[in-house]
Design a protein around this ligand. Structure first.
Ligand code: NI
Length: 388
């Protein structure tokens, strides 16, 4: 259900672009080919300005409407990077690069925004400026922050910012969104436990870091269960427990690693504090020493109220009111669009990918049927935010 005939016509081309990007995945900031394709297309479309190399390999296209009298500019953002995953789809357009694949659908995000840019440069049926933003390194490299640090918001006078991600499991042609926190803050931690190694047959002469580590793993589960408001949301997962080399040796040190996901700054602080208290206290009780290294990652992705209402109106225009979920549950994954929402008011929305494998799964593929839906959202958003 594309918004209009022109977008329906463009969808076939955009599908070819999407499959080309899918076959040629690139990781983090190394999105040189992808950025080259994006910049070339934006120039072909007749963007008024195309800037490359922002945030190392980011690309920005500037599209003026038929009138610029409003003096307004809004930013639309897509991500370009793939993941270090070996694709197993067996599709004709599967990744040509062993060990790399577009398993998060950023090929689709980039293609949808390119399709919208082509439509907007053709029609220019708006009053103001649309800034299309293609960022590198969403998957852990904070490429969005890098573009901000290179002056993205001020240089292009962006007043509001919008982002979109596909959602496996959400039906094709549907949208979902919520006000406030929609994706989590993503922190990582390492806990290094220093015991006293020795012969495994003489445990009484050692301080066994395995036993201390096991106590700490169990105690960390009590943070979510006992320290966090049950109506709040929080994840504390120990994902790595590294210790020892032999059957008959008690190791000297043990390292626990994992991730923390939170939706509120106060919860984020509480988890870190409780983690330090528990690890250091338990280790001390056993005569060992624990050092907690807590690394803050992406901040919470928090939608602004007015822009979420606006995005809802646009999505309802495109999809029909019964296909838009206005109060979805937050997701405990992270997004570096969060940095953009700290700079400017805006909203992040999900578009249905239908019944597909989950994100970051080797059998995942972006659903090409979603392309005209996303393109329509972007086009309608610009024409509604900047009415001609
Ligand atoms: Ni993603």
């Amino acid at each position: 259900m594309p918004l209009n005939n022109r977008i329906a016509d463009l969808a076939d081309d955009v599908k070819l672009w999407r499959r080309d990007l899918h076959m040629n995945p690139e990781i983090l900031y190394e999105v040189h080919r992808t950025a080259g394709v994006v910049a070339q297309k934006l120039r072909e479309f007749g963007c008024d300005e195309v800037v490359t190399g922002l945030g190392r390999t980011g690309v920005v296209g500037v599209i003026h409407g038929n009138s610029r009298a409003s003096g307004r500019a809004i930013g639309l953002r897509a991500d370009m990077d793939a993941l270090p995953i070996h694709e197993t789809t067996g599709l004709p357009h599967a990744s040509l690069v062993p060990g790399k694949m577009h398993a998060c659908g950023h090929d689709g995000h980039t293609s949808m925004l390119l399709g919208a840019a082509r439509y907007l440069t053709e029609t220019r049926n708006f009053n103001g400026t649309a800034v299309v933003i293609f960022q590198p390194a969403e998957e852990g490299g904070a490429g969005g922050r890098a573009m901000i640090e290179d002056g993205l918001m001020d240089r292009f006078r962006i007043e509001e910012i919008f982002g979109m991600h596909n959602a496996p499991g959400l039906p094709l042609g549907w949208f979902s969104i919520r006000k406030g926190p929609i994706l989590a803050a993503t922190d990582n931690f390492d806990i290094v436990i220093e015991g006293r190694g020795g012969h495994a047959a003489k445990p009484h002469d050692t301080i066994d870091p395995v036993v201390v580590g096991a106590q700490i793993v169990l105690a960390l589960q009590s943070i979510v269960a006992r320290n966090i408001d049950p109506l709040d949301r929080c994840v504390v997962s120990v994902t790595r427990f590294q210790v020892g080399d032999a059957y008959n040796v008690i190791a000297q040190t043990c390292t626990l690693s994992g991730t923390v996901r939170t939706l509120l700054p106060v919860t984020r602080k509480n988890v870190e504090r409780r983690m330090r208290d528990l690890a250091e206290g338990i280790a001390a009780a056993f005569g060992a020493k624990a050092t907690v290294i807590y690394r803050t990652g992406y901040p919470v992705t928090s939608n602004h109220d007015a822009q979420t209402d606006f995005a809802l109106d646009v999505a309802r225009d495109v999809a029909g009111a019964d296909r838009v979920l206005p109060d979805m549950a937050p997701i405990m994954a992270g997004e570096d669009f969060s940095y953009m929402l700290l700079e400017r008011p805006g909203a992040f929305i999900f578009v249905g990918n239908g019944d597909s494998a989950s994100l970051h799964h080797p059998a995942y593929d972006f659903n090409d049927e979603a392309l005209p839906v996303g393109m329509s959202y972007w086009a309608r958003l610009v024409e509604t935010a900047l009415p001609a």
